[in-house]
Design a binder for this molecule. Structure first.
Ligand code: LFR
Length: 473
């Protein structure tokens, strides 16, 4: 039996502390602790509550002790792009402003006046999203340049938690690439871009790849927990960790399904071409310097918001069942329209959109949910066509990973619309990806291929075929 590794996986709506280890060639995982996460309003900004999240991480570690697990190592992953700045005393200079905050409105266009859009894409390979770190930093540069001058350290959210755990300040590679400030070819901070935008380049830390052994816990924490452990960098961008857990990477298009739907393929080189730019695909840095060639689709955020708008009267499962009943309702919205990024009320925004487009307006929760699922699948199908065109290859199967793969209605709809085989699972792809990277660093797993073989053996997938295909058998 191998050692226990702890994955702390925090998404936009919840966080998990999951322990994993190898047992007779299989990976066994065990959810130790789960907590909520959400955006809170602090002053005039939407922010993440990092203090609360760190307390929750600590509770998860304490919980290990209570059930007699003594982990060998720990690693944290979260969503991408967000960050904090520290001063010369390593104190927080900023709140962790959330990427859905409107401070970046108009910043992307303003930055394009200084750096050409093409140059930015050809150098970084990163998609244009108004919330990318580059535009968040540029927003600070425009409104409070003094803050950037004072900053000594730039840490992304998982980097900050790793700093709190160890006292070591580094930037992890996979997450750093999402800033749109890392050169896709040199894999280092792109000084030219930073200089052009007047962003203090001194605050960036050395970039370290996943599998780096960062160090041990701070002494105070060892005392508090009663044990020490190693802190190992996983792929700290949650999507990077999730994609590690896609068992078949060659002929598969993955959809990492959670708050966002990340749809794409794994490549060995970045595709920074005019076609990829036109379709706004990204080339995020992955494990072993592979690339996630993918597109962000608005994802289950829309249904999470709808659930909230209905004051949590219906569970996700109920919304799915109600959508299933609404066979006749077929209005389609453009899910990637910026208006759905953080509307005051998602239900009303969807209704307004349908009205403006002269489509039937969804009135019941089932109709709203059906409209979201149908529209997501339309967006997936378009992205798949673009991927196949740009990559120049047809893919026979789709692997839906992450929490959203439990939505059987959506899985079936994807199979029906695309005509491809759909595989669902693993649900905890992100934590699994996080854990296998720690096991690789510890020498218990040798290669990525071996990790994927173990994952395939350990977590059976569910298969969905299109109605048409089922009719044939
Ligand atoms: C998914 C994710 C996406 C990223 C978005 C914002 O959780 O990490 O990959 O584009 O959140 O950070």
């Amino acid at each position: 039996m191998s050692k226990h590794c702890l994955a702390v996986d925090i998404g936009a709506s919840s966080g998990r502390v999951i322990a994993g280890r190898l047992e007779e060639g299989k990976l066994k995982i065990n959810e130790i602790y789960r907590f909520d996460n959400h955006i809170i309003q602090k002053g005039s900004h939407f922010c993440w509550d990092l203090e609360h999240l760190f307390q929750e991480i600590k509770k998860g570690i304490h919980a290990c002790q209570e059930i007699g697990i003594k982990p060998e190592s720990i690693g944290v992953d979260t969503w991408a792009v967000d960050f904090v700045l520290l001063d010369e005393e390593d104190q927080l200079l900023t709140e962790a402003v959330a990427y859905r905050d409107p401070r970046t409105d108009g910043m992307m266009e303003k930055a394009f006046q200084i750096i050409g859009k093409e140059q930015l894409y050809f150098d970084t390979g990163i998609q244009f999203q108004k919330f990318n770190t580059i535009y968040q930093l540029y927003a600070i540069q425009q409104t409070n340049p003094e803050l950037l001058r004072q900053a000594r350290t730039f840490l992304m959210i998982p980097d900050y938690f790793h700093y709190l755990l160890t006292g070591k300040k580094v930037n992890e590679y996979t997450n750093a690439t999402t800033t749109q400030l890392v050169n896709a070819f040199t894999r280092t901070w792109d000084k030219r871009i930073l200089r052009q935008l007047g962003i203090n380049e001194e605050m960036f830390q050395p970039i370290h790849p996943p599998k780096t052994l960062l160090g041990n816990l701070r002494k105070e924490l060892v005392k508090e927990f009663g044990f020490d452990m190693k802190v190992i960098l996983p792929a700290t961008h949650d999507t990077a960790s999730a994609v590690i857990a896609v068992p078949e990477s060659e002929n598969t298009i993955y959809i990492s399904s959670g708050t966002w739907s990340l749809i794409g393929v794994e490549n060995h080189d970045p595709i920074c071409t005019a076609d990829a730019l036109k379709c706004n695909f990204t080339n995020e840095g992955g494990i072993d310097y592979r690339f996630r060639f993918l597109k962000n689709i608005m994802g289950l955020w829309m249904i999470q918001e709808v659930k909230r708008n209905y004051r949590d009267r219906y569970s996700f499962a109920q919304l799915v069942e109600m959508a299933r009943e609404e066979k006749e309702f077929t209005s389609i919205i453009h899910v990637d329209d910026g208006r759905f990024l953080k509307p005051d009320n998602m239900v009303e925004e969807i209704q307004k959109y349908c009205q403006e487009m002269n489509q039937p307006v969804p009135r019941t929760p089932g109709q709203v949910a059906k409209c979201i699922f149908d529209s997501l699948v339309v967006s997936y199908q378009k992205a798949i066509q673009e991927i196949e065109e740009i990559v120049g290859k047809k893919f026979s199967q789709i692997n839906v990973i992450g929490g959203g793969c439990q939505n059987e209605l959506l899985n079936q709809m994807i199979a029906d619309v695309t005509g491809k085989e759909v595989y669902a699972g693993p649900v905890e792809a992100t934590a699994i990806g996080n854990i296998v990277v720690q096991l690789m660093a510890l020498g218990d797993i040798q290669t990525l291929d071996q990790a994927r073989t173990i994952i395939k053996r350990s977590f059976p997938l569910r298969r969905f075929v299109s109605k048409k295909e089922r009719g044939r058998v």
